[in-house]
Design a protein around this ligand. Structure first.
Ligand code: SAM
Length: 330
């Protein structure tokens, strides 16, 4: 799959549910309306869509959400998709999780062929964690991270940089990741979905500033490490661990974009920051064969836009796109 700008599409992110057991303030509003079950693809249908993408050249698959580990029986999907790892068709099967259920599933994930997991932890302060996630308990998440490590999964911690909330904690996060042997990725908050309450401008912290501040305390060596994702990596000399920056606002990363995303309803988004989408559920359900599905995928890739233009400033107070990160899948 090659898009109109010559980019090879080899990375698929799949939101397996729009539901989550947390309500992070920058991601969701407190009262979210979730999708009726009939609209959501079954696990077997998700497997069919993913397998079609693998046949068409996808080498990396990330399950996300919502919270992927709250979807009932999601382990059967991981096990089914693991066959593409065994056959060599897929380089990587992975997930992004809030970690709340990871203590239950870490071993099974490893058995299914998962080798790396991204866990979202914005703060190591339990009270702040409860405030950011509204419903989350830090202890359970740290248990999950320990279980992942014990199961032999490489752990990467994702932290969204939030002005006035966790910007005094990045040193602590870097040190903790060093002690635990985890990599860390800092992410700029993106203007996705109406979140009620706090304005984006109040949350937004440019990572160019953060990096300059961190360099006073840590030696950040440039690294050419790449995961196929949008992060730019450094090695923290003092800890030996990687530190990545995802900067959709201060440095647009679209030129090397190799990704597309599907929601749990089978809607394919060719860009995280654009509204254009393709319905894959109709061709999927219309036929037992995958011809119509593959044709719809090819047609959609031919429409992949050059990029997005996220702006957060006083004149742009409405979201760039109306759907929440939990719908498209982070
Ligand atoms: N529930 C899982 C989790 O917590 O990682 C997976 C889904 S979550 C939507 C994926 C990632 O997106 C998380 O790291 C979350 O912090 C991040 N995220 C959510 N909304 C965001 C926003 N508006 N800007 C930047 N990152 C966001």
């Amino acid at each position: 799959m090659i898009d109109p700008f010559g980019r090879h599409i080899s990375y698929l992110r799949v939101s397996v549910t729009d539901r989550c057991d947390f309500r992070c303030v920058y991601c969701m509003s407190e009262d979210m309306n979730f999708l009726p079950k009939a609209e959501v693809l079954t696990l077997e249908e998700i497997d069919r869509v993913c397998s079609a993408f693998v046949r068409l050249g996808v080498r990396k698959l990330r399950l996300t959400g919502g919270e992927p580990l709250v979807r009932r029986n999601v382990m059967s999907l991981f096990r089914a998709l693991g066959r593409h790892r065994t056959s060599g068709a897929l380089d990587e099967l992975t997930l992004t999780t809030n970690g709340s259920q990871l203590h239950r599933f870490a071993g099974e994930l490893r058995d299914a062929g998962v080798r790396r997991v991204n866990i979202s932890i914005d703060t190591l302060d339990p009270a702040k964690f409860a405030a950011i996630t509204r419903w989350g308990k830090l202890d359970a998440v740290l248990d999950g991270a320990r279980a992942a490590k014990a199961a032999g999964l490489a752990v990467k911690i994702n932290a969204v940089a939030l002005k006035g909330v966790n910007d005094d904690e990045f040193d602590r996060l870097i040190a903790w990741c060093g002690e635990e042997g985890h990599d860390l990725v800092l992410i700029e908050v993106m203007p996705l979905g109406d979140i009620g309450g706090p304005e984006r401008l109040e949350q937004y912290l440019p990572l160019s500033l953060v990096r300059a501040r961190l360099q006073r305390q840590w030696t950040l060596d440039e690294s050419d490490y790449r995961t196929g994702g949008p992060a730019r990596y450094f090695t923290v000399r003092e800890t030996g661990r990687r530190l990545g920056f995802i900067t959709p606002l201060t440095h647009n990363f679209c030129e090397s974009c190799n990704r597309v995303r599907i929601t749990c309803t089978g809607t394919l988004y060719m860009c995280l920051g654009q509204e254009d989408a393709a319905d894959l559920r109709t061709p999927l359900r219309a036929s037992d064969g995958d011809g119509p599905l593959e044709a719809a995928i090819h047609e959609a890739i031919s429409r992949k836009p050059k990029g997005h233009d996220f702006i957060i400033d006083r004149r742009h107070s409405t979201p760039a796109v109306t759907r929440h990160m939990s719908v498209t899948g982070g």
